[in-house]
Design a protein around this ligand. Structure first.
Ligand SMILES: Nc1ncnc2c1ncn2[C@@H]1O[C@H](COP(=O)(O)OP(=O)(O)OP(=O)(O)O)[C@@H](O)[C@H]1O
Ligand SMILES: [Mg+2]
Length: 536
């Protein structure tokens, strides 16, 4: 008989223990002639050692055994692995039932697989008995191999399941698996982390408590359709997190088919797309602002000329001696309103005006000229101005734009201060903290009421103002755009602490505004506007 590949020769040999007479070598010879591997053991102890190394059967001569030996054998066989039922062939003495045989019959239950052969044994009987016994042992080896293989594949399955779970729990997405009918039976850990739910709450259709209730009917409609048609599902909708907030998730579900093409399962992932959504919204907003800006600039341009004409006409009418006091007051109000309109159009227009050539200048002189514009207000409010100029480095820039920026910063500072406030104006040569580009830093600081933490992120937004009818809310928006267009930056810090309130605006101007504006417009294609502007 050919042994199975996993059984070694050792496993198929027959051990012989017949210590008296010539039985052992005779049996060994008969078996070897029949091509059955045989090994004789001189000591009973040796039988155990050899069985331990592997054997297909043991032939024991009755006279070599005693009660003690039988007990040891029973003990040994008791500890066999579950697949093994080790075969013993017992050679008995003919003619009578010995006391040992009787005891053997009592112990047989515990010895298990015992065959009795009465001596003298004919070689054919011995060979056919041994062959039968070895065949039954072969079956046991098959069971052993099957069990080992099963254990191996179970452990491989456990390992691959573990790998799948590790992977599913490592990916940043929420993931889940559903039956063909859409019943979800597994979620990854991220799902539970994000939603703050438990497996029992989520099993089956528990997830329907999580989408935004407004979109749930649409989600159900599309998901049911996908299940009925066996088609992939894709939709972005908000899912509620453990903090109670909704975030948009891109949900992708793919069918997994069996060999016959039927949907066996669905694999689903939910990807948080809130950052992407925000970026898209910011892009749309920027686009809208640019369009609004262009529109405002062209409207301002069209309005400017008639506005000037109307202002002049009102001035002329106002100087007429025939005008009574009531009408004169009305005209003054009209003039004030026109001035406001003119302020708005100037802001909008300057922003989009084509740049002239950059020229060398002293920034301190520009500051002086702007301060002189505000002399009246400074005197009236009893504002103390502290100047500190250290701008010995050469600056090449656009004076009109810089004047506009400084006028707004100083105007804002004055608007924020009560009488008796302080205004600090400083300029010194410096470098951009982030890039090391040489430039000038101009600081406009005031002891005003400060900017509230709630509005700090809004001050550079167009049309944000706290000055009701007197402010347009374009000053800082335009200033920031003008500075960034020339490679400059603007940032501020503000405090509303009683007794220490105030705001510090700091602007950075690269020494050569013209070359910086060229490189800025190139870099600007990749970088979102205002990226470096920090608000305290
Ligand atoms: N130095 C400051 N102190 C306190 N608040 C300030 C200061 N500078 C700016 N702000 C706040 O920022 C807002 C926006 O300023 P911005 O210059 O853009 O517009 P505005 O001054 O209101 O109007 P305008 O377009 O006429 O300049 C102001 O309305 C004010 O609330
Ligand atoms: Mg302003």
């Amino acid at each position: 008989m050919t042994p199975p590949p996993s059984s070694s020769n050792q496993d198929n040999r027959v051990l012989i223990f017949a210590p008296t007479g010539q039985d052992a070598p005779l049996i060994a010879r008969v078996l070897e002639q029949a091509k059955i591997a045989a090994e004789t053991c001189a000591e009973f102890e040796g039988v155990f050692n050899e069985m331990h190394c592997g054997a297909g059967a043991v032939i024991l001569a009755e006279e070599g055994l005693n009660q003690n030996a039988l007990e040891r054998l029973a003990q040994y066989l008791c500890n066999q692995p579950s697949w093994s039922d080790f075969p013993l062939i017992l050679l008995t003495v003919s003619g009578h039932v010995s006391s040992l045989q009787r005891r053997l019959l009592q112990t047989q239950q515990r010895l298990g697989n015992v065959f009795l052969l009465e001596r003298p044994v004919r070689p054919e009987t011995l060979i056919s008995t041994v062959n039968g016994v070895l065949r039954s042992r072969q079956r046991q080896y098959q069971v052993r191999d099957y069990l080992e293989e099963k254990l191996r594949s179970e452990s491989a399955l456990r390992e691959s399941e573990k790998q799948f779970r590790d992977l599913a729990n490592t990916i940043p997405q929420l993931a889940w698996i559903a039956r063909a009918d859409g019943y979800i039976f597994w979620y990854n850990e991220r799902w539970f982390d994000y939603t703050g739910t438990t497996p029992s709450q989520m099993e089956g259709w528990g997830w329907t408590t999580l989408p935004d209730p407004d979109v749930l009917p649409e989600v159900m409609k599309r998901w049911t359709r996908a299940i009925n048609l066996g088609e992939a599902f894709e939709m972005t909708f908000p899912l509620r997190g453990a903090d109670g907030k909704f975030r948009p998730f891109l949900t992708l579900v793919r069918p997994v088919r069996d060999a016959s093409g039927r949907v066996a399962r669905w694999f689903g992932t939910n990807t948080d797309v809130s950052t992407q959504k925000r970026a898209e919204e910011a892009l749309i907003r920027t686009e809208k602002l640019a369009t609004a800006g262009r529109l405002a600039a062209s409207v301002s341009h069209e309005i400017n000329n008639p506005l000037e004409a109307v202002t002049n006409l009102i001035y002329l009418v106002e100087t007429s001696p025939r005008l009574d006091e009531g009408n004169r007051n009305l005209l003054r109000t009209a003039q004030a309103e026109l001035q406001r309109v003119s302020h708005i159009t100037t802001h909008s227009l300057r922003f989009y005006r084509e740049p002239t050539k950059a020229a060398p200048m002293r920034v301190s002189e520009i500051i002086d000229s702007v301060v002189s514009l505000y002399q009246g207000r400074l005197r009236q409010g009893g504002i103390e101005v502290q100047l500190q100029y250290r701008d010995e480095c050469e600056y090449v820039g656009f004076s009109g734009e810089l004047r506009q920026v400084l006028a707004n910063l100083i105007g804002n500072a004055l608007d924020a201060m009560r009488p008796g406030g302080r205004l600090w104006l400083r300029v010194h040569c410096s470098r951009d903290y982030a890039t090391g580009t040489p430039g000038l830093r101009v600081v406009v600081a005031d002891s005003g009421h400060g900017i509230s933490p709630e509005t700090r992120h809004l001050v550079f937004e167009p049309f944000f103002t706290t000055k009701e009818s007197v402010g347009t809310g374009l000053g800082l928006f335009v200033s920031k755009e003008l500075l960034e267009k020339r490679g400059g930056k603007i940032a501020f810090k503000s405090s509303q602490r009683t007794g220490h309130s105030g705001t510090v605006f700091s602007i950075f101007l690269p020494l050569n505004a013209e070359s910086a504006s060229a490189s800025h417009s190139f870099a600007g294609e990749e970088q979102p506007a205002g990226r470096d502007v920090g608000a305290a």
